[in-house]
Write a protein of this length. Structure first.
Length: 233
């Protein structure tokens, strides 16, 4: 029902309160089931199904994530798009974008995300504003990247990594992945992905989560076709 009750998940993540799936900030993973009285809400491909009608499941994302990237230094098409897939506004100055040089584990540069990001909103960082059809939230000035760096999104309250591009501490050379996507190319996040990759030092399996786009095609910034799991079931 829609009242107050105890509920938890099979991984023993537990909370007490109104049965709203966002209360515990839990990510919807296929191994989790949430008992709700006599009913069970089951996670299926990132969305909660069979939820008790008294509950209001919302998008189960852990936070901000990358959804587009360009690293074409030769044409000045250098930028990254950050998307808020959650149902809550992400407040200004609570997260940062961090870049590491190829093969390095020491931060090269970081930028604090200095504006509120509403649900389904974006924060866009780029080098040359004229290469984009949207207004940049941060223009990088004299510093830029050329494709082989690694990047992470970090929440400042607990230093948690929410997403990454590349593999921190690894130099990919000219290509991401063994079959090769040029590091200077553009890429857009697969629309099925609504949860960031939090393991910044594991192998960057680019083709499981990203789709190649043209190295100079930045027309997709400011929009993303991600799954809308924010609407109550």
């Amino acid at each position: 029902g829609g009242g107050t009750l105890e509920w938890g998940v099979v991984e023993q993540n537990y909370c007490e309160g109104t049965p709203h799936l966002g209360n515990c900030n839990m990510t919807c993973l296929n191994r989790w089931e949430i008992p709700e009285g006599d009913a069970v809400a089951t996670c299926n491909n990132g969305s909660w199904v069979n939820a008790d009608q008294g509950c209001t499941p919302n998008r189960q994302s852990i936070g901000l994530m990358f959804t587009e990237y360009h690293g074409s230094y030769g044409t000045n098409h250098i930028g990254v798009e950050i998307w808020n897939p959650t149902c809550d506004t992400i407040l200004a100055n609570t997260h940062e974008f961090v870049v590491f040089n190829a093969g390095q584990t020491t931060e090269k540069v970081s930028y604090t995300l200095n504006k509120d990001i509403p649900p389904d909103g974006f924060f866009i960082i780029g080098w040359v504003p004229s290469r984009f059809t949207v207004t940049l939230d941060i223009t990088m000035g004299t510093w830029y990247w050329n494709g082989d760096e690694s990047m992470v999104l970090r929440r400042l309250s607990d230093n948690a990594i929410l997403d990454r591009i590349g593999q921190v501490g690894h130099d990919p050379g000219s290509y991401w992945g063994s079959v090769g996507l040029n590091t200077g190319a553009g890429m857009k996040r697969n629309p099925d992905i609504v949860i960031g990759d939090t393991n910044s030092v594991s192998v960057f399996n680019i083709f499981s989560e990203w789709i190649a786009v043209g190295a100079t095609d930045t027309t997709g910034y400011g929009a993303h076709d991600g799954i809308d799991t924010c609407t109550p079931l």
